[in-house]
Design a protein around this ligand. Structure first.
Ligand code: NAP
Length: 304
């Protein structure tokens, strides 16, 4: 699996398994299966409620002899607490304790990447980021970062004299390209990790109860038989999902597609045998539609 080096000096595999919306009782099998077919990167979060199942899957894979702990890259995320949703924002101390609890659920001594899941109140963000810096110093997180942070959120960390994040996990796909933010991240040595790469597909979160803010127009466009991604996929002899994932990787962004379907899982990691040509990359560059749709309730990137 090809990797990119984070500024922390840690290698992140370009393809990881996303686990949002994979229920606790299914996720161990999904994770173990993914590692069996070559995945070396798993993305979870305190907020997904499935860290213990993810940990079971990793343990099964290690016990089977498929991998050692140091061969897999595990990301989890701090749920920061959002006062607007009636939650108590976490302090520095609570942040440090929170990774301890995540590690216990995962059955691990450290994670490879620990992220603040979303930016809420400015003072809370600083307190939480101080916690992540401390956790890295303690060796509990090899690299640290943020998720759903806009430029002003990162600038505030900088202004407080704190170290910059190593990564920012953001919604990124041809319909949501966030060019200014990506340029800023590149310029500051912060790796943009792409999530929800498959939004332009009709199958994206199609299951009952898998919410999103996808508009009717987007849904209709993703159902068109003559989608531009289909034409490209046919030209390269791959699937539309592979085109979407390859687009991100070709731009330097690790991807974390979620699937519980073994065939899709395998195909989603098989994106290194073709290259999207310049004309198609240029055509995709014109497809940006603006904001993301993965968060059905309150896009955290819009937080002041
Ligand atoms: N930091 C954040 O705020 C944040 C937000 C959203 C997501 N994430 C992370 O990013 C991961 C990925 O994002 P996501 O779960 O929103 O969406 P995604 O990975 O872009 O797409 C997943 C959806 O597409 C389907 N799918 C997967 N592979 C496919 C293929 N080859 N062909 C057709 N359909 C396919 C899946 O269904 P099946 O399972 O049935 O295959 C599922 O409905 C998450 O799981 C999570 O780890 C982070």
């Amino acid at each position: 699996m090809q990797t990119r080096t984070l500024t922390a000096g840690v290698e992140i595999p370009y393809v990881g398994l996303g686990t949002y919306l994979i229920p606790k009782d299914e996720v161990a099998q999904a994770v173990a299966g993914a590692i069996r077919v070559g995945y070396r990167h798993i993305d979870t979060a305190e907020g997904y409620g499935n860290e213990s199942g993810v940990g079971d899957g990793i343990r099964r894979a290690i016990e089977s002899g498929a991998v050692t702990r140091s061969e897999i890259f595990v990301t989890t995320k701090l749920w920061p607490g959002n006062a607007a949703w009636g939650q108590t924002p976490k302090s520095t101390e609570a942040t440090v304790a929170s990774l301890g609890q995540s590690l216990e659920r995962l059955g691990l001594d450290y994670v490879d990447l620990y992220l603040i899941h979303a930016p809420y109140e400015p003072a809370d963000r600083l307190a939480q980021w101080r916690g992540l810096v401390e956790l890295r110093e303690q060796g509990k997180a090899r690299a640290i970062g943020v998720s759903n942070f806009a430029i002003q959120h990162i600038e505030a960390l900088k202004a407080a004299g704190l170290p910059l994040p190593h990564a920012n996990q953001i919604e990124l796909h041809p319909w949501c390209q966030r060019r200014e933010l990506v340029r800023y991240l590149d310029g500051n040595g912060i790796t943009a990790i792409a999530y929800s790469s498959l939004v332009p597909l009709s199958t994206w979160r199609a299951a009952e109860g898998h919410d999103s803010a996808k508009t009717e127009q987007m849904q209709a466009d993703s159902e068109k038989a003559d989608s531009p991604f289909k034409a490209m996929a046919d030209r390269y002899g791959v699937s539309e999902a592979q085109v979407l994932l390859r687009w991100a990787v070709q731009n330097g962004h690790p991807v974390i597609p979620k699937s519980t379907n073994p065939d899709r899982m395998r195909a989603n990691a098989d994106i290194f045998g073709f290259e999207i040509d310049e004309a198609d990359m240029a055509a995709i560059a014109e497809m940006d539609r603006g904001d993301g749709v993965a968060w059905a309730e309150g896009d955290p990137m819009q937080v002041a």
